[in-house]
Design a binder for this molecule. Structure first.
Ligand code: DON
Length: 591
């Protein structure tokens, strides 16, 4: 049945780029089969995704990385709850069923469109470095940067979690339902047990050695010493207890008291101990920041500014591309040359200038200024790949003399897009950084390793790096939760996991939709070709891999590999259309 549907979908998909849609990534078969027996609406959404078609609805929609989480959010939206309410319900379930990617022990960024006021704003729930952290946190006794996983696993990498405070803030500002009620589905599922998905089981098996480094983590994910299997029903009583505590005591119950003491004890008592303290937890604050918006083909593309590099980088790349006609499509080498070199130019600036603007001056306006982008865009005038790419010199009031950053990022993270019946839009990317974060577990959730998003080196030849570790500072992110507006009204909500490839994934989905006319499902399924200022990464087994020869001939260094985005995209027009990334287990659901 699904095979037939997917063939029909392939035959009918993608008006403008039917051939590319046919080459798009197919849903993971095992991922689709894992949710057999869920509600008819979920099963229909899985079938629609397998067919390569967008889910269509009239009033509300939610798209996220796991059907159980989407179902919890959909129940809220169906009974008239706001996108803020639904976000709480979705995140609470994601922390249970997709624990490797996001949860209470991590951080998140939200971009919010408020239907009543027509305003877009952002909330920063990023983790902070402990007050006792120094720029040498990730260096050995001689000042040499640690190896990545030597830094990740254990207490050292754990920043003060921001997600619980973010959820409470979102709910206080824009929620309409009872807070405790929004946590109830996750509590019930944690106590009844959830069926381990093939994706989670596979990731546990791959990471078994690191997961066994801590007792609490090992006993949950490797019961009796063996990795949990797909189909196994996993109960998480500690998570239910934590959510109950928060249902009664709000986020306060997370940041103070017994749970806070347990978190600190776990971090400080771990091998590779960290310096997180109860004070760090008690003073944690969510920050509201102005959305960073950039124009593109009559739209405003709005997202998360510093400490994320997401909106600045996506906005710069779009600004560099604006003067070029990309309509020749995704298989055109000239189009890919432009996107690749525009990305390299943006990543050069990102590496030098982007960091937590509460700690270092960041030239956001200068980096997005039309005159600056026009000057940088002149570099794209040739026919070949740029032989060398260096950061530019954006206008700024401060002296800027930073060395280039050297942070490393690897997979986990999740993106949630929601539109409610009142017209509010939420676009939130949420993470514990690496898959399974620091591998430390407390209260039924994993603690992040977000501090490894800081640069491990603090200086180069005596010149400081903007994204070096400093007490209380937020590590630079690439997360790019985005809302695209046209004439002041939201038309798209999109975002993805993928470390620093997030920027290329989000950019690619926006270009696929706006320039290539792909519907949201085709846009999120489209093969990836992303450049982060190094190799031009092409998605293996897709049409993007066919670009290798042509791009190589222009002088790009080219590599082919799996590129596991997790794009969740909703288009808002006369109706709502949702797309869920076929590379992960999620769905879009609406009515
Ligand atoms: O904030 C960031 O940019 C990273 N910590 C996100 C990590 C991530 O997306 C891993 N993805 N697959």
């Amino acid at each position: 049945m699904r095979l037939v549907l997917s063939l029909i979908g392939i035959l009918s998909a993608g008006a403008a780029f039917g051939q590319q849609a046919a080459d798009a990534v197919a849903p993971e078969a095992a991922g689709v089969g894992a949710f057999e027996g869920m509600s008819p609406a979920v099963m229909a959404a899985l079938d629609t995704k397998a067919a390569g078609s967008p889910v269509v609805a009239q009033d509300w929609m939610v798209a996220a990385a796991n059907p159980w989480a989407v179902e919890a959010g959909a129940a809220v939206l169906k009974r008239g709850g706001t996108a803020a309410d639904a976000l709480v319900a979705v995140q609470a379930v994601l922390g249970l069923v997709e624990p490797q990617s996001s949860g209470l022990g991590g951080g998140a960024f939200l971009v919010w469109y408020d239907a009543a006021s027509g305003a877009v704003t952002t909330l920063d729930g990023r983790e902070t470095a402990p007050l006792a952290a120094t720029p040498r946190l990730f260096q050995d006794a001689d000042g040499a940067p640690l190896k990545f996983f030597d830094a990740v696993v254990g207490g050292r990498s754990v920043g003060t979690p921001g997600t619980p405070a973010l959820l409470a803030e979102v709910h206080a500002r824009w929620g309409s339902e009872d807070w405790a009620g929004l946590l109830a589905p996750a509590i019930d599922l944690a106590e009844a047990g959830f069926v381990v998905s093939p994706r989670l089981a596979g990731l546990v098996a791959d990471d078994a050695q690191r997961l066994s480094s801590s007792e609490a983590t090992a006993s949950y994910f490797l019961p009796g010493g063996d990795a949990v299997q797909a189909g196994h029903v996993l109960v998480n009583q500690s998570y239910a207890d934590t959510l109950r505590l928060m249902a009664e005591g709000g986020a306060e119950a997370f940041y103070t008291g017994d749970l806070a003491r347990d978190i600190v004890g776990t971090v400080q008592g771990a091998a590779n101990a960290g310096v997180l303290s109860e004070v760090d937890l008690a003073i944690y604050q969510v920050k509201e920041r102005a959305a960073v918006c950039a124009p593109y083909r009559g739209h405003e593309v709005c997202g998360m500014g510093p400490p994320s590099s997401g909106a600045v980088a996506v906005g710069q790349i779009l600004g560099l591309l604006e003067g070029h006609d990309l309509s020749a499509g995704p298989q055109d080498i000239e189009v890919r040359r432009l996107i690749g070199d525009a990305s390299r130019l943006a990543f050069a600036d990102r590496g030098r200038y982007l960091a937590d603007s509460d700690y270092v001056p960041v030239p956001v306006t200068g980096l997005l200024a039309p005159a600056y982008l026009a000057e940088r865009a002149r570099l794209l005038a040739g026919d070949d790949a740029l032989p060398e790419v260096t950061p530019g010199k954006p206008a700024f009031d401060h002296a800027l003399n930073w060395a280039d950053d050297m942070a490393i990022e690897l997979p986990s993270t999740s993106h949630i897009s929601i539109v409610d019946a009142q017209g509010n839009v939420a676009s939130m990317t949420t993470t514990i950084e690496n898959g399974f974060g620091s591998r430390l577990m407390v209260g039924g959730f994993l603690l992040n390793n977000e501090l490894t998003d800081f640069s491990f080196a603090s200086h180069v030849d005596g010149v400081p790096i903007a994204n070096r570790v400093e007490p209380g500072k937020r590590p630079r992110s690439s997360m790019a939760p985005t809302i695209v507006l046209k004439d002041g009204k939201p038309v798209l909500a999109v975002g993805s996991p993928g470390g620093s490839r997030i920027i290329g994934y989000v950019l690619g989905a926006i270009v696929a939709h706006l320039d290539w006319g792909m519907d949201v499902q085709a846009a999120v399924s489209a093969p990836h070709a992303v450049n982060r200022f190094g190799t031009y990464d092409l998605e293996e087994g897709t049409a993007a891999a066919d670009l290798a020869e042509g791009l190589g001939a222009l002088g790009f260094e080219v590599g082919t590999q799996a590129l596991t985005s997790g794009l969740h995209m909703i288009a808002i027009g006369d109706d709502l259309r949702g797309g869920a990334d076929p590379r992960r287990e999620g769905i879009a659901l609406g009515e």
